[in-house]
Design a protein around this ligand. Structure first.
Ligand code: GLV
Ligand code: GLV
Length: 324
């Protein structure tokens, strides 16, 4: 029988079309993040829910969602879902790994270059009518080539990001809970402690998941260790950085700049952040390419369809639920 599926926001059409071949679907087409009360109401009586990273799927939502067999999260990150609670209730959870790895890594580089070469700030200057002619001191930035880049988190995205450093003849340092031989082989990167990475890097790019252990991994103490010329890039999760400490570090010149795609209190920005010329503040778009967002949709949908057919969803995060 066809499943009844709720989709918490509009995703690319090919994915919705595919889902509709197999299931009856309702999609939140407001374009807005679902309010909690609406989410609690809409999950009722469904067989599956395609959720977003902006939907907190906790025990209360799961209890409201009696009958739901799978939450298919449209993201690689799944810190918005309480997996132990899902497992306890026999509910499967899936994410969309792999397809957004290189896309996210490219965005980290886009931010790195944009901050280093002051692309956004200087574009604004031109639009404000301030450009009166070539200036020897106009918007001096930082070179990227031959510098040291520090990668925090040597997972798929960190690896993809680091591989690209070769093209700019950079030295790669990395840190993680353990050394990663594949990472070293493919990037020539050197495993160091977080403190060493922060002291020696010209660019620091964060690629860790958000976990209790990575919450506020970077704060006041860490910014003090960094060079005054250093640039921080974050395309992972906002709460990995103590954002008010970051604002202070950018205001005082403790570090030189930051390229951000994620925020501690998303979609809010910490006071002072938006006034800073040395920060670029993108609205969580690192996986936002037409190709990648379509592929993410197809993976999320394929997890739901597999579950419906009684098969193991291909990117299930708690397969022990299926085995039962
Ligand atoms: C985006 O942030 C994701 O986790 O896919
Ligand atoms: C996510 O895809 C990661 O493991 O870096």
């Amino acid at each position: 029988t066809r499943w009844n599926v709720y989709v918490t926001n509009e995703i690319p059409k090919p994915a919705l079309d595919k889902l509709e071949e197999y299931c009856d679907i309702e999609v939140n087409r407001t374009g807005l993040v679902l309010e909690r009360s609406v989410l609690l109401e809409k999950v009722k009586g469904r067989d599956a829910v395609l959720s977003l990273l902006t939907d907190p799927i906790d025990a209360e939502v799961m209890d409201a969602a009696k009958g739901v067999k799978i939450f298919a999260n449209y993201a690689v990150g799944y810190n918005n879902i309480d997996i132990p609670s899902a497992t306890e209730r026999g509910i499967m959870v899936s994410n969309t790994p792999g397809v957004l790895t290189d896309t996210t890594a490219e965005m980290a580089w886009a931010l790195l270059f944009s901050v280093a070469r002051r692309v956004v700030e200087s574009d604004k200057y031109s639009r404000m009518g301030k450009y009166t002619g070539w200036g020897p001191m106009l918007f001096l930035g930082q070179d990227v080539m031959n510098k040291t880049v520090g990668v925090i988190g040597a997972g798929r995205i960190g690896l993809s990001f680091a591989k690209r450093a070769k093209a700019f003849d950079m030295k790669v340092l990395y840190t993680d809970v353990a050394a990663n031989p594949q990472f070293e082989q493919e990037t020539g990167g050197q495993f160091v402690s977080l403190d060493t990475l922060l002291k020696e890097s010209d660019f620091v790019s964060i690629h860790t998941p958000l976990l209790p252990e990575t919450h506020h991994l970077l704060g006041e103490k860490e910014f003090k260790l960094m060079k005054n010329t250093a640039i921080l890039i974050n395309t992972s999760r906002g709460p990995v950085v103590d954002e008010s400490a970051l604002v202070k570090a950018l205001q005082s010149g403790e570090i030189w700049g930051a390229g951000l795609d994620v925020y501690e209190f998303e979609p809010e920005f910490t006071e002072g952040l938006l006034e800073l010329d040395n920060a670029i503040v993108c609205p969580h778009i690192a996986s936002a390419t037409i190709d990648t967002r379509t592929k993410m949709g197809m993976i999320a949908v394929s997890n739901i369809i597999a579950a419906m057919k009684g098969e193991l969803p291909p990117t299930c995060l708690n397969p022990e639920v299926f085995q039962k």
